[in-house]
Write a protein that binds this ligand. Sequence first.
Ligand code: DGL
Length: 265
Amino acid sequence: MNNSALGIFDSGVGGLTVVRAVQELLPAENIVYLGDTARVPYGSKSPETIRRFSDEDVRYLLTQQVKAIVVACNTATAHALPMLQERYQIPIVGVIEAGVEAVLADPEAQRVGIIATRGTIASHAYQHALAQRRTGMVIVEQATPLLVPLIEENWIEHPATRQVLDTYLQPLLEKQIDTLLLACTHYPLLVPILQEMIGDRVRIVDSASTCALHLQHELMRRAMLAEPERAGTLSIALTDLSDQFEVLAKRFLRKCPPHITRVEL
Ligand code: DGL
């Protein structure tokens, strides 16, 4: 048993979708969340910059005496996870491994579409991980940079979002995908509209809930879960504070966030 907090970080508040999933699955865990809102988005930055920012995020969480770290950001996982795991002793898990495992959990999955930020797509991290484990897979990658701003504007039901999704999904549907992997913190909010647009025959895998499951296995394997009979706490630190971030935090977390503090990295 280990009652120290888990550290979870993201480029902004989108990683709260992962926090929500972790809280649902592991309610006894204390969580320290860091969102680098002063420097969001990471999805359009260079790999070097993403690695530098991610390293600073981890260093901050280490000052909070966390027992393990979750890289909730897909872009940071794609570019920085191996470097972070090599550099630090503490267990660090990302979202990619979990998403890939969830896709492969269906033995029939053969044609996979991946949507993500430009940074994540450019890394081909998901594609490589999938292709290594199942031969003959058809993998179609699509950068979808307009989706994060549309979701942050709460335009989820807006016709403009449907139009954008239509354009983004077309090449994937032309390849007759059987699985759609949502490889970005924000996209779980699109699940209902996506499912409606692509139909029931395409399975949607989102990296937030699969990451929580992956984390649970990792903590169990290392005997690091918190004592079960307690209510875990959540603290949120952001590198920039604004009313907009509070509104977004509530939407991603699906409840009022606790008091948010501002921190310098
Ligand atoms: N958190 C990012 C991701 O999951 C999306 C937002 C950004 O570009 O920073 O890739």
